[in-house]
Design a protein around this ligand. Structure first.
Ligand code: MN
Length: 490
């Protein structure tokens, strides 16, 4: 006997003709019962959630009902947080046998891609109408009361009605990066520290949810569209929710991170342009920290443990890696970084928490190349080949009184950089210097002044006693940094 329904449910006659029409049993390993087979009688108490890496990753949520599995595709998976509802698109009813299916649906077939059972268990039904389905799930991954309610056509929303599991922290929307203090020597208590290589790229905070990445720059700009390489990493993480801290780098011909190479990727958001640039200048994401994982904040957790959690994610792929860290032995790591032509090292206290948005002396940077962020306050026309075009840039660093002139830079540019600078500086022109103090007369002569809005970076040998950069060389623009973040670093 079929188990009696609770309450006043409308009896719907179920059938699998749509399911069959979409599939050829000779081409797919999915169960395809013959049309003549009557629907089995079940207990209306099985649920299954399958992770389906099809064209777009989604989770298929299926509830046994009247001899079939009534099904929804949930792009982000079932919500853990009652504050966040997830879209669930109803799909065709599936046969009951599908609850045990996992495997590879061949490419080109309907739903082509891999299917795994993400969770399976029993459920109790509280309400079932064509607009609302209320259930209590008893699974390994998911337990609790859920409601699905129809919004429009095939679109439903899935909502968790129970409070989240104890200690649950929702995925944060914004975690600002922790910053390091510049030092010129390895700390004395060497074995209290971990050492990582410093990667010459741009900082990226990557939020992964529902197999999709959201990438924020250091100054909280959404740059997801500029770096599609990260999509495959996020998809590979499945239902894992995480906030990763790391660096996006472009490699030069010798396989070393090159800030110059990365310049071409930093501005671009147009999808067609990004696709072309991805082939010319591919980037790699180096994940060096994890700040949130599956409902748990890791900000208070010591560095050593965060690194263990990060390693457990096994992030290694064609465009993403987990770079090494070394416990103690700072001098040797620093020497190795010089030998390999890297930018320097970062020392991180093994027992330190993550200070989001703060510059903390629990993280120290030791550079092989001295660099300084600068604000462009004007430019001077060149001579010879660069006549009429930019010959040098007039640079400042803000202090309490305003923009302080720190020198001019006339080397380190490529032709492409100069063209882009001309384009970016033209709309910023103004009549008077944006500097607070006096600019020496030889530099002020013939200068074209601009609003102090563009941040760049120079390498240099030392600060002069007058507070000027000695031997500066241009490294590139820093659209990931804002003017008010620029400080004299040493
Ligand atoms: Mn599916």
């Amino acid at each position: 006997m079929r188990a009696p329904d609770l309450g006043t449910f409308r009896r719907v006659s179920r059938e699998l003709s749509t399911y069959r029409r979409k599939r050829d049993p000779r081409r797919t390993p999915e169960p395809v019962p013959a049309a003549s087979t009557p629907l089995p009688r079940g207990n209306n108490d099985t649920f299954v959630i399958q992770e389906h890496h099809a064209t777009a990753l989604h989770w298929d949520f299926r509830l046994e009902r009247d001899g079939v599995l009534v099904s929804w595709a949930v792009p982000k998976g079932p919500p853990t947080d009652p504050a966040t509802n997830h879209l669930a698109v109803q799909t065709e009813d599936h046969p009951l046998d599908y609850a045990g299916f996992s495997g590879e649906i061949p490419k080109g077939e309907y739903g082509g891609g891999s299917v795994t059972i993400w969770d399976r268990g029993t459920y109790e039904c509280e309400t079932w109408t064509d607009r609302e389905v209320k259930v209590v799930l008893h699974g390994e991954q998911v337990s609790g009361r859920y409601v699905l309610f129809r919004t429009k056509g095939k679109n439903w929303m899935m909502h968790r009605m129970d409070p989240p599991p104890e200690g649950f922290a929702p995925l944060p929307q914004l975690v600002r990066p922790m910053l390091a203090v510049l030092r010129d020597a390895v700390p004395h208590d060497d074995d209290a520290w971990a050492y990582e290589f410093k990667w010459d790229g741009v900082r990226a905070m990557v939020y992964v949810e529902g197999g999709r990445p959201r990438v924020l720059s250091r100054n909280d700009r959404d740059v997801t569209g500029s770096y599609p390489e990260l999509r495959a990493m996020a998809e590979g993480m499945g239902s894992t929710q995480a906030v990763l801290d790391g660096e996006i780098v472009a490699m030069d011909a010798d396989g070393r991170p090159s800030f110059g190479e990365l310049q071409s990727r930093m501005h671009v958001t147009n999808p067609a342009q990004v696709r072309t640039l991805m082939r010319q200048t591919p980037v790699t994401f180096l994940a060096f920290d994890v700040l949130h994982l599956d409902g748990r904040s890791l900000l208070d957790v010591p560095y050593r443990e965060r690194r263990a959690v990060l390693d457990s994610l096994e992030l290694a792929g064609p465009s993403w890696q987990t770079p090494p860290f070394f416990e103690g032995g700072g001098e040797a790591v620093w020497a190795a970084s010089k030998q390999q032509g890297l930018e320097g090292i970062i020392a991180k206290r093994l027992d330190s928490r993550y200070y989001a948005g703060k510059r903390s002396d629990c993280w120290l940077k030791l550079k092989n190349l001295r660099t300084q962020e600068v604000v462009i306050g004007g430019w001077k026309p060149g001579e010879g080949r660069r006549k009429g075009a930019i010959g040098s840039l007039l640079l400042g660093v803000p202090d309490d009184d305003g923009l302080h002139y720190v020198g001019h830079v006339g080397t380190g540019f490529t032709d492409k950089m100069l063209r882009e600078l001309e384009r970016d500086l033209a709309p910023l022109r103004r009549d008077d210097p944006p500097f607070a103090g006096v600019v020496p007369r030889p530099q002020a002569k013939d200068a074209q002044w601009v609003d102090a809005q563009l941040v760049g970076e120079v390498a240099f040998s030392e600060w002069t006693r007058e507070g000027r950069l000695r031997h500066p060389a241009w490294r590139g623009l820093r659209p990931d940094k804002s003017v008010d973040e620029v400080v004299r670093e040493s």
